[in-house]
Design a protein around this ligand. Sequence first.
Ligand SMILES: Cc1cc2nc3c(=O)[nH]c(=O)nc-3n(C[C@H](O)[C@H](O)[C@H](O)COP(=O)(O)OP(=O)(O)OC[C@H]3O[C@@H](n4cnc5c(N)ncnc54)[C@H](O)[C@@H]3O)c2cc1C
Length: 377
Amino acid sequence: MSSPAIDTVVVGGGLHGLSAALHLARAGRRVVVLERSWVGRHASGATAAGVRTLNRDPAEIPISLEAMDMWHNIASIVDGDCGFHAFGQINVAEYPSHLPALETRLAMVRAAGYRHEELIDRAELLRLVPAISPHCIAGLIARLDGAADPHRTLQAFRRSAEAAGVTIHEGLAVTAIERAGADWRVRTPARDFVAPTIVNAAGAWAGKIAAMLGDEIPLGHKASMMIVTERIAPLLKPVISVVGRPLSLKQSDQGTLVIGGGLQGSADIEAQKSVVNFSELAKGARAATDLFPSIGPLRIVRTWTGMEAKTEDHLPVVGASPNASGAYHAFGFSGHGFQLVPVVGAILADLIVRGRTDRVIEGLSAERLMQRQVAHA
Ligand SMILES: Cc1cc2nc3c(=O)[nH]c(=O)nc-3n(C[C@H](O)[C@H](O)[C@H](O)COP(=O)(O)OP(=O)(O)OC[C@H]3O[C@@H](n4cnc5c(N)ncnc54)[C@H](O)[C@@H]3O)c2cc1C
């Protein structure tokens, strides 16, 4: 059985799938999202939800800065504020030997014409984060950065997409994609969907969807781990990372400390499961307590992992398929795709509706990874 007329099938009900669907529906397209499990089941529900322009790869800076503008106006884009707060993100230097890394980064960013990162001294660091250990000497800050609430973000994007006319099917896995004349036939165990365009936003499984479309894109995966502590009185506002150590530390609205930073557990992509590696996780806890000694006695309430695709250069794939007309990719966010959610959906809508985008996505093509694969063969 085939579905009624659809313009675009979005594969994957994470935030990138929802954002693409929302922007397309607002541009008048009839959109269906197919999600194998439930909306937010994987990376978008497991994320630390840091909204960070700080230390972005130069290829991502233009779209990351636009995304930041969008986050500052997020309630005008989706139905809700997503729990977004702009308290800044700071990459802390503990020792003088860390300073050159921050200075080199700042020089590169400034030489490229950007002003969003700034070096701060110990006095300013202590003013912004009074609880930080006084052995810390400086920091690189992006003052407009911040963090959001992942679940409120998922709800807001979902509500807005559905209000714009998007149909979301949960519990429906895409098992095959075939040409049907000028259209694509997307097969699921329950029914087929036929549409001229497809968005591949399948997260850690996007390589499989790409292969169904004829794109063999080499991908790795990540299983990033998180810790959340018991609730405490207000301790800090900015999101803290530190030079040379795996740490991202923030305090949620509820008072819990949320600790991540890219430490890796292990993932079984086929089984759709990932598990925490506690000895690795201890490194993040150690970095957190070294910077904030007062949190040492806190109880850890929960730990978890989330899976997503990782590319060789840690940049995502955003753009049209090189081989399959009517197919578009948005995946491989390599642990930092939450911040890009509002803008990547707009880019996909540009590409699908207008056939082009004015946003800078040159460094994000699928071809760059496919060429490397050929070069390595
Ligand atoms: C622990 C952790 C912390 C993070 N912290 C940050 C952070 O602080 N800041 C930041 O910017 N980013 C962060 N990220 C990254 C960010 O969360 C992700 O880049 C983003 O959520 C990816 O969204 P997505 O929609 O591409 O993928 P996902 O949310 O994984 O969605 C993909 C969906 O596709 C579905 N799917 C797969 N195959 C099929 C199929 N065959 N048929 C139908 N559906 C299918 C999956 O079930 C899944 O729901 C973090 C990620 C993790 C895991």
